[in-house]
Every structure is written in C-alpha cells, then in structure tokens.
Design a protein around this ligand. Structure first.
Ligand code: KIV
Ligand code: ZN
Length: 518
C-alpha cells in the first residue's frame, strides 16, 4: 500500500538554526551557527536546516558557509514560494555536498484568506511552480504545507499530490500553531497515506510546534502512522513555545523501541554537548526539570529514590546519564585542581571545547577558584556559557568600577568597553549602581533599545555565589535576552547588558520576511 511500513529509520531534520533562531530573544552570529552546525553534523543529524537565506545577508552567509563545511549531513535552506526566495536559497545551499531546498506555502483557509489573500487554486498553482523551480536547482526538494493541521483534507491531499508530482521528495506536514493532538495527527497522516495516490514517492515529514506542550507526542504519533522524517530543535527552541525537542524524540525512540520500533542515526551521547552549546549561544537557560537535558533530569532527591538508585539504577532511571552524554560526577573542583581535572569536568558536563576555548575557560576557572572555595558544576556551566561559548562579539566589557552605598551619592560608575576593537571609557551616575553602569553603556554605545527585564539569581548557595543576571532589551519589536555571570553582581549586570546588545546587533540585520509566521 504505502511506504509507511517499509523503513524503520527516521530522518532527523534539525531546524535549530532556522526555526530555533526565530524564537523571540534568540539570535546567533555566524561563528556560533557554524559551531552548532558542526556539532549537529558530528552527532549524526541527517538534515540541518541552516537558515532562511532571503531573510538577511547574514542568514544567507550562514547557510552558505555551513553548506561549505558540512559533509555528512544534508544542508537545507528555507524559501517561500517565490522565485526570489528560491533562487537565493539555491545559491546559498549550492556548495553543499548534499543540498536541499525547502519551500513552503500556507494551505489553511485562514492563512490563505487573511495572510496570503489568495484563492486555493492560486495557492495550488504556486505549489507546483515553486517545487518545479526548486527542482531546477537540486534533486532534493522538500515542500511544506504551512498550517497543515488546520487545512481542509481535500485541499491538503491535492497540494501534497501536486508537490510530489512536481518533484518534491519530502512532503512536510507542519502543525504550525501547535494545535493538533496525537490521535488527530495520527488520523491526518493516515488519511494522507490512504488518499494521496503518489504518496509512496515521497518521505512524509512532520514539524510540530509546542503551543499545547504536545509537539513531541504529536511527532511520535505521526511516526507511528508512517511519517519518516521528524523536524525538531535542540532544547525544543523555536517560535513561541518552541518546536519538538530533538533530544526527547531521539531518546523516546531509543528508550521505547519496544513499542516504537524505529531508529535514528543520532549519537545520543552527544546530546548534552549540543544542548549546552545551544543554551550558551542563545542565552536560553534550560529549565531544571526539562526532560533529558535539564539539570535535574538524572538527579534523585527523595531518600527513597536515592536508596533505590543505589541498589539498582533501573529502579528510577529509564535511561542512563551516560546515554545522553553525562557521566557520574566524581570531581569537585577547587583552586588546586589542575588543567587535566578541569578538562575532565568539562567533558563530564557535556562540553567539547577547542584548545583556545579551554585555555580561556581554564583561566576563568582559576580566577573563580581564587574567589570561591568550592567551584560547583553550576559555576562552571554559568562561566563557560557566559564567556567561553560566546565569541566574535562586537562589544566587550574591559573594566568596571562602581562607587555606591550611603557615603557615595549619587552612585557612580566608570566603565571601559571595547567596541569593534576600539577601547572607549565613560563615567556616569544613576539612581543606583546598576542604573549608573547601564547609563555608561548607553553613553558609549548609542542605541534606543528599552530595558524590559533585569533579573538576578545566585548560581549556587552561599554569599560567595556567582550572580547570574538576565537583561531583556526591546528595540522596534525585537526582543533579546542577554546573560552574564560573575561573583560580582555589577560585573555580571554589565556583561548581561552587553551580551543583549551584541545579540541586538545580529538581530538588526534581519528583516523579517512577509508572511513568515512559522
Ligand atoms: O511551523 C511551520 O509551519 C514552519 C514551516 C516553514 C515549515 O516552520
Ligand atoms: Zn515552524
């Protein structure tokens, strides 16, 4: 009947660099994107959606550079159903060993009427035209029916059939607004297998958003119904509530192969490394109780649980920490710890840093160990995410001096920043020390972003704990979150603000294309 039962290998399509980067607050520079792409390739991801080339020159360059370096994964770019998008995308992915063009158009009545202002037949014509044009550049074309889960079945079948006829080798059925539920989604995929006559000529893919917290469940329900490609992101990053989390999909398939006899090519031991990198680069902290990659995912607090795990890990652990790249912590670091122990700790925590980054990290660690007796895992994570993973920033903090307290009124800050390689300094005052320091930043780097959130939390317990500060800035509807960590709360505050500004610079270059809502 269909291709649904023929293969049990699931194609893992990662869209962290495209849909993930569309999350409000997330942005990555070229170097960061290249590092993420390398990690994704290394972990065995089949398809890397590297960006949306028409969105900005920066996006084009990122897709193009990733296409040049990645050899073992397909490199994909996104394009709307227009000539200009498809041509630009084709140019961006051209250097790839295995290039893919992913073109999409909305098919639901709501999107067609209000967003596209097109009649269904006009949309259908664009499906054929766009896939045909994309096929003129590459044999590997994916077509997506945006808002498929709210599309009329007859029309969805006509579009899917037309896309396959025009040459799409993968047809993607997105739950763009995270609206469907597992049973319904199974039914939708089964319906396509039953009603689209040429469905066996393509791989059916799914792309689920997490608005109702069902993205992973819906993706797996689709796999059971015959889908063989799952689109997902590291840490579930993505528009609004995010996309299906790659680590959850992959570990669910691995752990429950008894009820889901499907495999993926992902080396699960690399999951923590990817998670840490994406979290560090985006500044999006992983919630402690997040499945698979949260700090508590393998922690056992209750006495009865600890007792059980000590007797037999399987009592409360359905997968091993090692299987996702964590190893049991045996090392507590302090000022006497050497480079070797430090590198071992980084590895334990899932970091895989290059020599240069290790050098920087080790120096930071030594500085920290001079200030703190015990350096906990959380300290190292905050430190590495804060300074080591972020590179190529346009603005960097060099020095900060703050005078405040009852004898120093108004509070005064002296700040030195490096901006595009040039050292700038300023003295400023403010209502409080944070205000004074932020006023200095505004003086040195002119911008009109508004501060929307300033939040401090202690990374660990104790009065010598590092402060982790989050700063949210908003400019022309774009928001970014910056993070900074340091034992000095004021230094952490400036680092967080500067981090947010750096991200805003990356975001500024991006012009949100019309009609891209997903
Ligand atoms: O959510 C969505 O519909 C998308 C498409 C562009 C695939 O991201
Ligand atoms: Zn999406």
């Amino acid at each position: 009947m269909s291709a649904r039962s023929e293969k049990n290998q699931i194609v893992i399509f990662d869209t962290t660099l495209r849909d993930g980067e569309q999350s409000p607050g997330a942005s990555m520079n070229l170097d960061e994107k290249l590092r993420i792409a390398e990690v994704l390739e290394g972990m065995g991801v089949d398809v890397i959606e590297a960006g949306f080339p028409i969105a900005s020159d920066g996006d084009f360059e990122a897709v193009n550079e990733i296409a040049k370096i990645v050899k073992n994964s397909t490199v994909c770019g996104l394009a709307r159903a227009t000539k200009i998008d498809i041509d630009r995308c084709a140019e961006a992915v051209k250097p790839a060993k295995s290039p893919r063009i992913h073109t999409f158009i909305a098919t639901s009545p709501l999107h067609m009427e209000f967003k596209l202002q097109l009649e269904p037949d006009e949309v259908l014509a664009q499906v054929i035209e766009s896939v045909t044009r994309a096929r003129s550049y590459t044999d590997d074309v994916e077509w997506s029916a945006e808002d498929a889960t709210r599309t009329e079945h007859d029309f969805l079948c006509r579009c899917v059939e037309a896309a396959i006829d025009a040459g799409a080798g993968t047809v993607n059925i997105p739950d763009t607004v995270g609206y469907t539920v597992p049973e319904e989604f199974t039914g939708l995929i089964e319906m396509l297998f039953d009603r689209v006559p040429n469905i066996d000529k393509a791989v059916v893919s799914v792309h689920c958003h997490n608005d109702l917290g069902l993205a992973v469940a819906n993706s797996l329900a689709a796999v059971k119904a015959g889908a063989r490609q799952v689109e997902c992101t590291v840490n579930g990053l993505g528009e609004r509530a995010g996309n299906a989390a790659m680590e959850e999909i992959v570990m669910a398939l691995k752990t429950r192969s008894d009820v889901m006899p499907f495999t993926s090519g992902v080396k699960t031991e690399n999951i923590m490394k990817a998670s840490r990198l994406v979290s560090g680069v985006t500044g999006f902290a992983v919630q402690p109780n997040k499945a698979i990659v949260g700090a508590n995912a393998f922690a056992h607090e209750a006495g009865i649980h600890q007792d059980g795990v000590l007797k037999h890990a399987g009592t409360y652990e359905i997968m091993t920490p090692e299987s996702v790249g964590l190893s049991e912590s045996k090392l507590v670091l302090g000022k006497h710890s050497g480079r070797h122990a430090f590198i071992e700790k980084l590895r334990e925590l899932g970091y895989d840093l290059g020599d240069n980054a290790i050098q920087i990290a080790f120096k930071r660690f030594k500085d920290l160990a001079d200030l703190k007796k015990e350096v906990f895992d959380e300290d190292i994570i905050a430190m590495v995410d804060d300074e080591v993973i972020r590179t190529n920033d346009q603005i960097r903090m060099i020095a900060l001096e703050v005078l405040c307290g009852t004898k120093h009124q108004p509070p005064k800050a002296e700040l030195e920043l490096e901006v595009d390689g040039e050292t700038l300094s300023c003295t400023g005052i403010g209502d409080g020390p944070v205000d004074a320091a932020f006023n200095c930043i505004k003086e040195l780097v002119s911008h009109k972003a508004r501060l929307q959130l300033y939040q401090v939390h202690a990374v660990t317990g104790g009065s010598d704990a590092q402060a982790e500060v989050t700063v949210r800035l908003e400019e022309d509807g774009r928001t970014v979150d910056g993070r900074g960590a340091d034992t000095d709360t004021m230094v952490a505050s400036v680092k967080a603000y500067v981090n947010a500004l750096n991200k805003l610079m990356v975001k500024r270059q991006k012009t949100a294309p019309d009609a891209l809502s997903a």
